[in-house]
Design a protein around this ligand. Structure first.
Ligand SMILES: *Cc1c(COP(=O)(O)O)cnc(C)c1O
Length: 706
């Protein structure tokens, strides 16, 4: 069933293979299967072809194979060891794709997917989660397909000027050099689907990307038959114009369902990841041909909905008129009145003045709804209780929770993964959700674990230095100051990381809340260094000011050697940071952090979390596996900021730094390593995507949510 477009990928790979020396031909198919990104050894192969070009091409293997100097390719083709390694990786992926999968698929719908940095159709955590779910489904050979949008310009790229102000720019990324293929029909013509949006028949073609065994279908409205405005619908992720954003949501939801139907795919489950895709069940209902009420009930029976944030910007609402205009003929096609459809997105069905919310729509149209951590489940039950007139208190609101997890092979650094393979046994990743698998962590000699930590930190510092030089040059800083970054930062110093969207509630500004205390942490023999990153939404001036406040300290003592704001946070930077930092800080204003996932990635690498006890950390922290700042939701924000900033400085100064620098004769910080082991053992088995998919399967097969 999920073969749609498979032959298009195969043909694209064959065209690429035809341009390569025969001995390297197997690499072409590898390049068209993102499964290579979490198989050990594959990155090294592509990098060996031309390290500079590979990096320039955002690690896109199709481009490196297309654009490499033919002599470099010939040289590698004559190297038996390289050819053998290429053949082995190709064989591994081929065998993986050949595993049978039974049954109709789960369709996972989301407006963004973070698969790899070369496919820029993502912004942050929501997309990473979606990508990690597809990867985990692939590992387990589950019948699964992803559906989303193909944004020609992706999410914005970030530049910060010498005054610390963020600027945005967009880069065109046409599909023809990406590891994707246009899905075609029997005659070789692109398959297109048509969706009525604002009264216009918007055509979209469909790209396929292979995420291991799982196909990801991405709709693209940039086709000549569309008006210029309609072609712009899939230009940019979370585009500023709310009218076009709504068009994106209609295309992703309605068009997404039509696309799968056009490809002959009939999922057993439609998993709506966030309200952006909540229109989808309306099209599922329409396609049943039943009367309105029965059709909605039938669609709901096959729908799961995950809500991801209590933040208003993540729970968009539109006026009834805006919705009616956007979806046009859909109510009539459903055999319903516009009012009946609008009622689905409102708490009070008859109230024309109430905005139409995408989250209420998702909740109403799904058999099960869940939040993404235990706390977030509670917050969501309180937040959406008014949708359930008969629910007497929050506990009776049928919203469950499935705590997020991360795809372990994607996020664990190579040195750490090799260490665990040595001690936990070959193939341990398949047993990662079993706590007993991690028992063997205790027996790893401290020296070995510490050596891996040192190696991962040293790699991070080397790349942070290079990035910092480039960032400073691009900002127009004096050249000596830019060059100084190459000698800044210390591969052996306590390295603290904080990287996430620069949204107000994430409180990056707590670091600079008391500048004198921050500066004192940067000096002396037990000092720390701080690596920061994160993008503010283009329209979020508060977020941009938060970034700017970091830059105001630029000329203070030690800052230029000890603090870097690394620009243009993306998957690659995230992976460097979580693998190399010693401590990962998270300072959300409780209870607004629905889950958080970067701290899970950090923990898998032996990096310790220091976080406000919100989201996932409230479930994970046990007193031995990191540090926690008490969450006191509902207190006065100013007092809360002062308290939490002081707690942050106190922990860093009195607990983290002493533990990190307290070395024995062998140079090992025993107590710090003990915490790392505890963190691996307690967090490793629980906050991974294997456990998360088990939880989703249980939710699916359990009783209906309402
Ligand atoms: C993991 C990740 C996130 C999510 O981080 P949070 O902890 O949820 O803030 C955001 N952006 C990128 C690039 C990531 O890799």
């Amino acid at each position: 069933m999920t073969d749609a477009g498979a032959s298009d990928i195969t043909r694209a790979a064959e065209r690429l293979a035809a341009r390569l020396p025969p001995a390297l031909a197997p690499l072409a198919r590898v390049a068209y299967d993102y499964g290579w990104t979490w198989r050990s050894g594959a990155t090294e192969l592509f990098r060996a072809i031309d390290p500079h070009r590979f990096a320039q091409a955002a690690d896109n293997p199709v481009r490196v194979l297309l654009e490499a100097d033919p002599r470099a390719l010939e040289r590698l083709a004559a190297d038996p060891s390289f050819v053998e390694r290429a053949r082995a990786v190709a064989a591994t992926l081929q065998e993986d794709r050949a595993r049978p999968a039974a049954g109709s698929p789960v369709a996972f719908l989301c407006t963004e997917f973070a698969i790899h940095r070369s496919l820029p159709v993502y912004s942050g955590g929501l997309a990473v989660l979606a990508g990690d779910i597809l990867k985990e489904a692939s590992d387990r050979a589950l019948p699964f397909v992803g559906v989303g949008l193909f944004y020609r310009q992706g999410y914005f790229r970030q530049r910060v000027d010498h005054a610390g102000w963020q600027h945005e720019y967009w880069v065109d990324e046409p599909g023809d050099r990406l590891p994707v293929a246009l899905v075609t029909d029997g005659e070789g013509a692109p398959v297109t689907v048509t969706t009525s949006i604002y009264g216009s028949d918007v055509r979209a073609r469909i790209w396929r990307a292979d995420v291991g065994r799982v196909p990801l279908f991405l709709l693209d409205a940039d086709v000549p038959q569309n008006t210029l405005v309609d072609r712009w619908i899939t230009s940019r992720l979370y585009i500023g114009d709310r009218r076009i954003r709504l068009a994106q949501y209609v295309l992703a939801g309605i068009g997404g369902v039509r696309a799968l139907h056009a490809l002959g795919i009939e999922p057993v489950v439609w998993h709506l990841n966030e309200g952006h895709v909540a229109f989808a069940p309306l099209e599922v209902a329409r396609a049943t041909g039943l009367g309105f009420a029965e059709a909605i009930a039938a669609a709901r029976d096959h729908t799961m909905f995950t809500t991801h944030t209590p933040i208003a910007a993540g729970n968009e609402a539109y006026t009834g008129a805006e919705i009616a205009e956007a979806i046009g003929p859909l109510p009539e096609q459903l055999g319903a009145d516009v009012k009946d459809v609008l009622a689905l997105g409102r708490a009070r069905p008859g109230d024309d003045h109430e905005p139409f919310g995408l989250t209420p729509l998702g909740i109403r149209l799904a058999r099960t709804t869940n939040g993404v951590s235990a706390i977030h489940g509670r917050v969501a039950r309180a937040m959406w209780r008014h949708l359930f007139g008969d629910a007497r208190d929050d506990d009776e609101v049928p919203i469950a929770s499935v705590t997020n997890g991360v795809h372990l092979p994607t996020w664990m650094g190579a040195p750490m993964r090799a260490l665990l393979t040595r001690h936990l046994g070959e193939g341990w990743e398949a047993r990662a959700a079993d706590p007993r698998t991690w028992d063997a962590v205790e027996a790893i000699p401290d020296e070995e674990l510490w050596a891996v930590r040192n190696e991962q930190r040293a790699r991070l510092i080397a790349s942070a230095r290079e990035r910092a030089v480039g960032d400073r040059l691009a900002r127009g800083e004096p050249i000596p100051y830019a060059q100084a970054a190459l000698r800044s930062f210390d591969p052996d110093a306590l390295t603290v990381g904080f990287a996430r969207r620069a949204a107000g509630y994430k409180r990056l500004y707590l670091f600079t809340h008391d500048a004198a205390r921050l500066l004192s942490l940067l000096e002396g023999p037990r000092s720390l260094q701080l690596l920061l990153a994160g993008k503010a939404h283009p329209q979020d001036d508060e977020g941009k000011r938060m970034v700017q406040r970091v830059f105001e300290l630029k000329w203070a003592p030690h800052v230029s050697d000890r603090v870097a704001f690394l620009e243009d946070y993306d998957l690659a930077l995230a992976s460097h940071l979580v693998s190399g930092c010693d401590v990962w800080v998270n300072l959300p204003r409780p209870p607004l952090e629905a889950s958080g996932t970067s701290g899970m990635k950090a923990a898998l690498n032996g990096c310790l979390n220091l976080s406000v006890a919100d989201g996932w950390w409230a479930e994970a922290y046990d007193g031995t596996n990191g540090w926690s700042i008490e969450a006191r939701p509902g207190t006065d924000p100013t007092a809360q900021d002062a308290h939490d900033a002081a707690a942050l400085y106190d922990l860093l100064e009195h607990e983290v730094a002493p533990l990190f620098y307290d070395r024995d004769a062998a140079g090992v910080p025993r107590a710090f390593v003990r915490r790392i082991k505890s963190s691996l053992r307690t967090i490793g088995p629980r906050f991974n995507a294997t456990r998360m998919l088990d939880d989703y399967a249980a939710l699916r097969s359990g009783p209906a949510g309402r």
